[in-house]
Design a protein around this ligand. Sequence first.
Ligand SMILES: [Zn+2]
Length: 125
Amino acid sequence: MSGNSKFEAHRCPNGHLSYPGHPRCPECAEPQDETVDLTDRTAEVVTWTTSTATPPGVRQPNHIAIVEFDVDGDSVRAIGQLTTDGVEIGDEVRPIYADELRDPDAGIREKASQEWDGYRFEPVE
Ligand SMILES: [Zn+2]
């Protein structure tokens, strides 16, 4: 693990979770005063898609999933890239840190396509 990027859900006093966080809970408007680190948790794939609307010359499609974390009985959803297209709805995935949200092994990919760090989801085997 490196970098400064956090992957945290925010929780209000009533236990509602949201990701990303908001100043006040979207459900009950209480201030969200707690954070829950999601990086050590696993999530379930709710749905996923492959974006083919990549710039010309970018041959690698971009796989994006909505995943749902279960945190002490409450659920929170996040959207992010998948490491592979070899997943199915209901599969268990975990967040892994990426210095840049592109595959370092994919030499055919345009290096300027994604410049930001963060987390993407990898199937749990
Ligand atoms: Zn709330």
